[in-house]
Design a protein around this ligand. Structure first.
Ligand code: BES
Ligand code: ZN
Ligand code: ZN
Length: 482
């Protein structure tokens, strides 16, 4: 058995066809597969699944992948999600997956098993009854390349679940200080340096936008930097996360319906911690900086009010016309700090930034907006390859017109209400990154699932982690190919 050491799940290759077996296959392969297993035929259209008994000790779940010419890795992940869901009701601890009719399936299968069996149950008494799969056997031949891919995928999928664990924490637990301490702990023992800027330091740094959002809360704000640097590197990429641990809207208070979901307004920051963790585990040959700003956004007698003017780290003044557009405020400081102090080759920010992005793209893809077409293409590609998809929206100058203020350098909401809200938010962020190639990922629609979907249970999804780690892997590959 290989891949066992220090991992959360044992993964191995086998040729045994007994116990709890999940089989995926394309349309047209039904007969061949049913003969192989000595069972009756089933329907292999996409999304179909069927449970059968082989003998009294073995159960088999067939999951259809549909037509081969319409197949992509996401189809396989969803099918594996169905198999995992079936076996979890039978409390199986060890499963065997037969995906031999799909080329290079091993790492995709492993990713889907790890993501689909995630649950957040630490606050539930019945949690003892939730049986987790401890071992996956793959009916596939192993070789060094497959082994390496599977190990990498496992590290990344575990980082996604690590992000989900923080994201799912409620706001009374996951305060800005909690996130800072968690980042420090995560960095410990690895090749990662962590620095925490507390409220006093933020005042000294003149992070007026972050402090302005934090003014209404009794929880102190933080800005945290994580730095992973291999011995030799030629490129630096920085990830910047929005860490609003609870977004009530502030004085521009949100409606109470679904306000609980605003504990997920920190998911960009959580993704940043997980990205740095994964990159350091993969020991990629690039420097990666992870920066996040964290605070609550609450109303109080001390809170920032509509009409107030704040001054960001880079000296730009911001007219705050809606205190619920707070994510862009804290990112203004975090982005300009990152650009000035790391001088990175690329900056990618990750933020649950706008309801408008949820309207535009829904849950299948994050919004992507960039000042650099080459970087945008790389991010889109990383999205496709990782399954953590994004879709680009334009950033034409017409949109930038809409964030000009009469009395400050910029305003925090567009002059035109209910139009292009995801884009005008990005037009605002652009004012804080200078000339550095920058891409913004709006994960408002992808960061959590309001009901189980695909291979995710209800709750946080870790959106942003897979796409950004893939971006780093691709960047590392390009460098070593030069
Ligand atoms: N955190 C929200 C964005 C959000 C809304 C994320 C719904 C996920 C689901 C953000 O801080 C916000 O409130 N944005 C406002 C901006 C508006 C006031 C210009 C929004 O989208 O309504
Ligand atoms: Zn808000
Ligand atoms: Zn917010």
């Amino acid at each position: 058995m290989i891949f066992e050491e220090g991992l959360t799940m044992k993964i191995g290759f086998t040729d045994k066809k007994k116990g709890a077996i999940g089989v995926v296959m394309f349309e047209g392969e039904e007969k061949k597969t049913s003969e192989e297993y000595g069972v009756g035929e089933f329907n292999a259209s996409e999304g179909k699944r069927q449970l059968m008994a082989i003998d009294k000790n073995s159960k088999i779940v067939f999951a259809g992948l549909g037509k081969k010419n319409q197949f992509d890795a996401e189809t396989l992940k969803k099918a594996i999600g169905q198999i995992v869901a079936t076996f979890s009701t039978y409390k199986e601890k060890e499963i065997t997956i037969d995906a031999k009719r799909v080329e290079n399936a091993a790492s995709t299968v492993v990713e889907a098993v790890i993501l689909s069996q995630y649950s957040f149950s630490k606050y539930r008494k019945e949690k003892e009854e939730i049986v987790k799969i401890e071992k996956i056997n793959l009916l596939e031949k192993q070789n060094r390349e497959v082994e390496k891919q599977v190990n990498e995928t496992q590290a990344i999928a575990n980082a996604v679940n690590f992000a989900r664990d923080i994201e799912n924490e409620p706001a009374n637990v996951a305060t800005p200080t909690y996130l800072a301490e968690l980042a420090k702990k995560t960095a410990g023992g690895k090749n990662v340096k962590c620095t925490i800027f507390d409220e006093a330091k933020l005042k000294e740094l003149k992070c007026g936008a972050l402090l302005g959002v934090a003014a209404g809360s009794t929880q102190p704000p933080v800005m945290v930097t994580l730095e992973y640097a291999p011995k030799k590197y030629s490129k630096t990429i920085a990830f910047v996360g929005k860490g609003i641990t609870f977004d009530s809207g502030g004085i521009s208070l949100k409606p109470s319906k679904d306000m609980d979901q605003m504990k997920f307004d920190k998911n960009g920051a959580c993704a940043v911690i997980a990205i740095v963790k994964a990159v350091s585990e993969l020991e990629l040959p690039i420097k990666v900086a992870g920066v996040f700003a964290a605070t609550e956004n609450l109303p109080s007698g001390r809170a920032t009010k509509p009409g107030d003017i704040l001054t960001a780290y880079n000296g730009k003044t911001i007219e705050v016309l809606n205190t619920d557009a707070e994510g862009r405020l804290i990112l203004a400081d975090a982005l300009s700090y990152t650009e000035k102090n790391y001088k990175p080759d690329y900056i990618v920010d990750i933020a649950t930034l706008t309801g408008a992005c949820v309207v535009a793209l829904g849950s299948p893809a994050s919004g992507l907006i960039s000042n650099n077409e080459k970087l945008a293409k790389e991010v889109l590609k990383a999205g496709e390859e990782s399954g953590d998809k994004c879709w680009q929206l334009p950033l034409w100058k017409e949109y930038e017109e809409r964030i000009k203020s009469d009395i400050a350098d910029v305003r925090n909401i567009s002059t035109i209400d209910k139009e292009a809200g995801a884009i005008t938010a990005a037009a605002f962020l652009k004012q804080f990154v200078g000339e550095t190639p920058w891409a913004h990922l709006d994960i408002a629609g992808t960061a959590w699932a309001t009901a189980p979907r695909d291979y995710y249970c209800k709750g946080a999804t870790g959106a942003g982690v897979r796409i950004c780690v893939k971006l780093c892997q691709n960047l590392a590959k390009q460098i070593s190919n030069v």
